[in-house]
Structures are given as C-alpha cells and as structure tokens.
Design a protein around this ligand. Sequence first.
Ligand code: SAM
Ligand code: DTB
Ligand code: SF4
Length: 364
Amino acid sequence: MRDWTLDEIMEVYNMPLLELVFQAATVHRKHHNPREVQISTLLSIKTGGCPEDCSYCPQAARYHTDIDKNDLMSVEQVEKAAIDAQATGSSRLCMGAAWRNVKNDDEFEHVLKLVKTVNDMKMEVCCTLGMVTESQAKRLAEAGLHAYNHNLDTSEDYYKEIISTRGYQDRLDTLSNVRKAKLTVCSGGIVGMGEAVEDRCKMLKTLSMLRPQPESVPINALVAVEGTPLEEQQDVPIWEMVRMVATTRIVMPTTTVRLSAGRTSMTAEGQALCFMAGASSIFAGDKLLTTPNPDINSDMELFDTLGLIPRKSFAKNEQRVSSEVTLTEAEKAEKIKWSRPTHKIEKNEDYKKQAKLKRKEEVL
Ligand code: SAM
Ligand code: DTB
Ligand code: SF4
C-alpha cells in the first residue's frame, strides 16, 4: 500500500479525462470483478431534528426544509424495510439516524436490537448514527454490525466552512473507534459544495492514509435541498464526479467506491462512465435518507444495459479476489432473482418544487 502525496493525487485527478478513466479502469480490473456492483439500501430510522449545522443537510433542525420528521423506527418497521431491500437485490441495509452522536440510553439499546434483527436476516448491516465511542462501537459490533458510515465530507480546511458544531478531529476519532471495534469503515464525502479540487484531493489523501484504508468510500454529489444554506449550489458536472470516482479508485485500489447521493441528476451514460472508472456500489431504492433516488426499475435497466450484476452479502468482506468477468450459473440465477417493483418516484427537481410550494403556503 503506497502513501500518496497531495501533489500526486492532484496530478491523477487532473489527468486528461479519458486517460484517467482508462487508468482507473485498469486498477479496477486488477482488484475487482468489474461486472459486480454491490447494492445497499438506505433507511432513515430517525429522521430530522438534528442539532448539528451541516450546511448540506436537510435534517438539521435549524434549517427550514420540507422533510417528514420521525422518531426511531420499530423493529417491525425495520424488518419490513429489510425484507423489501433484500427482494430488490440489496446485500446491505444502511440505517441512518439524525443524531450528533450516539448516547448510552434506551434509544441506543433499541438500535442494537435493530442491528441484531437485520443481521439475523443474513444482510450486511451498516449504521450511520453520528459520533461513536469505542465502547459503543464494540457493542454495535457484538450486535452484528458489519460497517459504520461516518464521512469526512471534505478537506479539513473546507470542513470549517460547512460545519461549525464539531471538528474534523471528532470525525477522525470516530473512525478510529470504529476500527478498534473491528468494524469495517465506510467513509467518503460530498462533491459540489463549492470546494476546490484541492479540497477533494486533500480528503482523498486523508482517507487513503488510513491504515487499513476504508473498506468503502461513498462519493456523494451534493443534493442541494431547498431551505439549507447550500440550496443554490448548481449540480456538480458529471465530469467532476467521474474524476472523483476514478481518483478514489486509483488511490484506494481495493475499496468499494460507492456512487452515492445525486444519481437522479445523472444520465445513464454519466453513471456508466463512473462504473467504468471504478464505482462498485450504489444505493438503490427510491429514497436515500430524505431525498429521492432513481427507482429500482431504471437501475435494473441500467444494470441490464451495462451487463452489471448485484454482489452478494458478505462476498469477500468487501474485498474481491478473482478477476473472472464471465457470469457463473449462480450469478445468472442471482440476476433473475432481482425483482422489479413497478412504482416510480418524482425526480429531485419535483421534490424541490414541492418543498418551495409548501414553504410558501406556511408563510401565507
Ligand atoms: N448524522 C449522521 C452523520 O452526520 O454522520 C448520519 C447521517 S448523515 C445524513 C450521513 C451523510 O450523508 C453525511 O455525512 C453526508 O456526507 C451525506 N449527506 C447528507 N446530506 C446530503 C446531501 N444533501 N447531499 C449529499 N450528501 C448528503
Ligand atoms: C453517504 O455517504 N451517503 C448516504 C449514506 N452515506 C448515509 C446519505 C446520503 C443522504 C443524501 C441526503 C438525504 O437523502 O437526506
Ligand atoms: Fe445531523 Fe448528520 Fe445531518 Fe449533520 S449530516 S445535520 S450530523 S443528520
């Protein structure tokens, strides 16, 4: 595992685009089955009312966004969501809570029950609950948690522009606690918050210097939500997403690079380039935590068109060994099992329009 300097990462990021995609695709093929894409489903188990001030986040209590706030979900609600997620080919359920940090209280005991329930269903369980201590991370691991998501979001310098209620070191400490509990680490960031290319590369340097490197790195395109301080941000150009995915792939060759939020604004061709450049995971299902995501039918069509197949749960603990790219009989069967629900959802633009309307109505 080599140590990348910032200059080297910037050089990679700024390479002529097609050369960059080619190099990233070459690294990808060396370490991963390029036809396999891991599918995760997000579930917001506690929505809204968060005390933090993350400028991008519709769940921060201080911003006026149109989200349906919810208390912690019941075991039954989570079980049903996990069954639905499994039926659409997801190998992982990622449960998110709008918390600053985990507290040693009844709600945490309940989350441990939720983790156990999903783990018993033979799905990989991921949680993103804010900051955790080492002992809390260990309890989550004992309950059957597989991965913990906690994003660095951006560079240490730019982080201060985006969040004031906690520091970059707090984020790194949580990642270290997650590691000590022997959980797999999922940590990435957001592109399109007004940061410079240098900030993106600095974040990748910090992530790539972690030992071991994170098992998964989500690359989110900002979903600019009405009512948040970043509501006016333009969608990030797809070429920048491709560059970010490719650079992540090159500096962290074995990690699962997740093409995360923002796919409703991306074309099929744009996403195809991201897969070519080394993206090996997506969030599927018509909702992320609070914002829309492409519906499963269009994702299935995209997978069919591109010849991609969903990865099974616990397949190689996020790391792959073989570079065989032809479909095995088991993979063919798996592909057929991936069902196609029929409902579709509105795109993010509609969501934003609805939010605006509702806010206007409230003012009147
Ligand atoms: N409260 C926990 C925390 O902050 O770690 C967990 C939930 S938080 C919503 C998880 C991550 O979602 C954030 O770190 C951020 O990277 C991503 N996220 C939140 N809002 C987003 C948005 N509008 N666009 C893109 N990514 C977003
Ligand atoms: C991550 O990096 N992206 C996901 C997951 N980890 C938790 C969350 C995206 C949230 C997008 C905004 C929303 O739906 O609220
Ligand atoms: Fe809270 Fe997490 Fe949203 Fe920040 S990103 S406001 S911590 S829910």
